[in-house]
Design a protein around this ligand. Structure first.
Ligand SMILES: [Fe+2]
Length: 345
């Protein structure tokens, strides 16, 4: 081989090797990882309701304290330690009986490894905890079933995939008892990721089948003595806008609401009627969401309290004075007190 040809050949080999190495790294980063759905968990309205299939946590004499965290947005490797510190501070200072995370816990290609990180952090508190998916959790390599497998490996996480044949993944309930008797139910739902409306991509909403499932679940709970429930999911439904507008109309009456609306609600235009179903069943007293990072208002509307949590990390867009968590105290007499806790790192 002549020197010129030899040089060209070497360059070609180097370029080819570089392309193979880069390609392999990119494929490793972006090849999706699918978990296994539990395809025996089929739901129809004719499936008998089984109260014993729902996990139970026991309240103390004084009641039951929930810490709501939301939108942690763990993403490699930015601000991980700071986010851990915020969560640890909130748990240490408020000593909740249970922690509920309302979505967008992780974001980016490494969503599985950050879900493992979250499980380790949360299990370290030795308290029951629950989680629902936001629109970002499953945008990385791992799908919701794979993330569900990781949550299911946790010692303290109560997450369940729920029925595979209704909208979303991770629709399930947790019951709270007091002295062994029904006290409150916590309904966890997946408000889905994105929908197309009028040709445009919008943030997600419930599917009609999820509304039917909630109806069936809530009736089953009522029939078994659980007459009050709270719901936790990620994306607000359109009635949040109506609730805020009514509060504004009242001159921001403190008896009706508290907190702030610093951005427009990013909800889907489509409305499958979950709020109407909540009113019809008459059992859900409170709804808590995340998603809109700088909103933390909580407003009573048509007898139901619709609230935002407090964004629990400095990851992604946020306001420095609106980082923390929401304390939800279900008092011994069944009344509910809400307190925002802000944390500076
Ligand atoms: Fe978010």
């Amino acid at each position: 081989m002549k020197p010129d040809k030899k040089k060209l050949f070497t360059m070609l080999i180097v370029a080819l090797s570089a392309a193979i190495v880069t390609g392999s790294i990119m494929m490793g980063l972006f090849i999706p990882v699918h978990g296994e759905p539990n395809d025996t968990d089929y739901w129809s309205e004719y499936v008998p309701f089984d109260i014993d299939s729902i996990p139970v946590v026991e309240a103390g004499e004084d009641g039951f304290r929930i810490l709501q965290l939301t939108d942690l947005h763990y993403v490699y490797p930015h601000l991980t330690k700071e986010t851990d510190k915020i969560v640890e501070t909130l748990v240490k200072e408020n000593d909740p009986d249970m922690i509920v995370i309302t979505g967008d816990s992780v974001i980016g290609p490494a969503n599985a490894s950050y879900t493992k990180h979250l499980v380790k952090l949360m299990d370290g508190f030795g308290k029951p905890w629950a989680v629902v998916y936001g629109n970002h959790d499953a945008e990385g390599k791992a799908d919701k079933f794979r993330l569900g497998e990781i949550y299911s490996e946790s010692e303290y996480c109560l997450y369940e995939n729920g029925p595979y044949n209704i909208g979303g993944t991770g629709n399930y309930a947790v019951n709270v008892t007091k002295n062994g008797a029904p006290f409150y139910s916590l309904v966890m739902m997946d408000s889905n990721m994105y929908v197309k409306y009028d040709g445009k991509k919008e943030y997600g909403c419930f599917t009609p089948s999820q509304v039917y499932w909630y109806d069936w679940l809530q009736q089953g709970l009522i029939d078994n003595g659980y007459t009050r429930s709270m719901m936790f999911f990620h994306i607000p439904f359109p009635e949040y806008r109506d609730a805020y507008a009514a509060w504004e109309q009242s001159g921001f009456d403190p008896a009706i609401g508290s907190g702030e609306r610093r951005e427009e609600e990013c909800n889907a235009t489509a409305n499958p009627g979950m709020f109407d179903k909540i009113l019809e069943k008459g059992a859900t007293t409170h709804v808590f969401v995340g998603h809109d990072h700088v909103n933390d208002y909580i407003v009573e509307y048509k007898g139901v309290t619709l609230g935002y949590g407090v964004k629990s990390s400095e990851q992604y867009y946020h306001d420095d004075d609106k980082v923390g968590g929401l304390i939800i105290d279900i008092n011994g007499d069944g009344s509910v007190s809400l307190t925002r806790k802000f944390v500076k790192v």
